[in-house]
Design a protein around this ligand. Sequence first.
Ligand SMILES: *Cc1c(COP(=O)(O)O)cnc(C)c1O
Length: 386
Amino acid sequence: MSGTPYGKRMAQAAVAAAQTAATAKKVERVYNFNPGPAVLPLPVLEQAQRELTALPGVGMSVLEISHRSKTFDEILAGAEADLRALLSLPENYKLVFLQGGASLQFTMVAMNFLPKDGSADYTHTGHWAEAAIKEAKKLGRVNIAASTGPEFSRIPRQDELKLDPQAAYVHFTSNNTIEGTEWFAEPETGAVPLVCDASSDILSRAIAVGKYALIYAGAQKNMGPAGVTTVIIRDDLLGRVPAGLPAMLDYKLQAEKKSVYNTPPVFAVYILRLVCRWLLENGGLKEMERRNKEKADLLYAAIDASGGFYRGTAEKASRSRMNVTFRLPGEELENKFVKEAAAQKLVGLAGHRNVGGIRASIFNAFPLEGVQALVAFMKDFQQKNG
Ligand SMILES: *Cc1c(COP(=O)(O)O)cnc(C)c1O
């Protein structure tokens, strides 16, 4: 074990623990461009660290408390209240915290809302959209309303969508984490309920929540750690949930039980709650949008100013503000780029293994200074290798 990187880190941690607080060296953080689990706000990590062994006034770690305790009630209520405030969520929407990641939502959405004799419209814009389609197809009929494959370098235009007015719902993936494209306007679906996988851009900007019937998002991109998934459901939809679903997969039951049908991921909800607090204290979603746009604009400008050395993979109008994807002239150079960037504390820049290239994930908690450092590195790298 001690030979593996994990084992080594464990050994290092043991050594660090043996040092006194006075001599312990402050661990330096890198710029973390990972796509998820991803960077969290440092003040959140520091608070969690301070409170880890004993929550103030409780004397127990959040890892040790009961999910039926008053303390957890408060954490859960706080998370919900802050999320509602951030999203300006109307009263007629339920908010639940579930497990199983966004991937289980691919199944749950179809299981709860795709009737045997009906069909649902899905937009196919990349890897995660495809995964959602694949799961829905196991449970019912799926109509592909639009596909931008095989390149997936853009979001479909409204006039390309072949929507079925009888569809049970329309599903779209608001940010394509792997392909680096993002919907900046929701598909117009008329009276058909709109369902969104917002895993990688939820809370990155204000949205018109009223347009949505259901939003789901795994927390580990832009909201917190892995292990908790946020689901927002409009009340009227819950009336469509068929009887007899497995309890854990039944939105209606989960909503009635207010996220504590069974033991929820207590620690993940606690961190999510701290992240929401941090967002509110930092100006909410309007300010996040401003910061995210500033960061993305800076990076895309550097790509566009490189005379073709760096090539953005998404069409300009569809460029994601969360995941900036680009290529270099050749895979060898891309590998070198990733390696040399990491040596300068710019970590996690390799594109998804399916598509290759470079991907800089710059979620809410990713600082502007990190993007500035990447841009400086890019200029330097081009000078040496261009
Ligand atoms: C990461 C991701 C998923 C998968 O999330 P899990 O929580 O690992 O199931 C689904 N959709 C999108 C858009 C993602 O970015």
